[in-house]
Design a protein around this ligand. Sequence first.
Ligand code: ADP
Ligand code: MG
Length: 288
Amino acid sequence: ATPTALLTGTGRGAQLGILIKGPQILESTRRVDTVVLDKTGTLTTGRPVLTDVVTAGSLPEHAALKAAASVEAGSEHPVAGAVVDGARERGIDLVQAEDVVNLPGEGVRARLKDTEVTVGRPSLFDVVPEVLVETLERADGTTVLVGWGGTARAALTVADTARETSAAAVERLRGLGLTPYLLTGDNARTAAAVAQEVGIDPSDVMAEVLPQDKFARVQELQGQGRVVAMVGDGVNDAAALAQADLGMAMGSGTDVAAESADIVLMRSDVETVADAIGLSRQTLTVIK
Ligand code: ADP
Ligand code: MG
């Protein structure tokens, strides 16, 4: 293979919105047999909608939503976008948040006037009232909690839908000889529902995985002798993208994901993953 021929392959990729960071990467695409797909923003649209607000005690819904959205205004996470939009649609004005701390894969924390408010996973709270526990167990979608002083005060449910193209894309990846896995920080129930919708086996779903552990999951699969492509969009995917034999980032995602990846997909759907692997393999065939 001459370097020129390889570069032509990467140039063709650029035309299709597939940015391949170097000709040496084409070789990895031939060897991959496993594709690990992030859920939020990759298999799903990543633009969830706020569907439900449940509060504990006498806290009014609008007060819970106002606090949550004011904190989430400082986060880039898809859940944050849904909460902020949900508040705006309900005519709720946000207040200025100070000292915003993003907790990747967990939530976000900030000070509103004199109160430090946390929004995110249940594990961020010491006390979760029964009514919120029930909401977490029952809700369809991703439920995050908002609270202060260590106590959760309300549950916000957001629902994200699979991209229309995801099921067909997963089918195409199987056609290319790849076994698809789903890897997510989200809860097991939501993960299983998306897996079923797109055609990933229940036994190949890895849910409630913290960002630092996404990397370890990729490593484990490699330890089993698999050659792993990882597809993701978030800050939380960056280490796993770098660890994978082939890291692929959604162009609509975060810069740090794009920087950690070997291939950046400008059109953000899993179809492009199949296009990229197919194209790279074709290019290799042509130049052999
Ligand atoms: P995924 O792996 O599906 O992209 P993440 O690892 O980014 O998901 O997030 C995992 C979980 O952490 C989310 O489902 C949510 O419960 C919680 N979370 C992360 N960031 C936020 C945020 N800004 N606001 C609320 N919850 C969050
Ligand atoms: Mg994601």
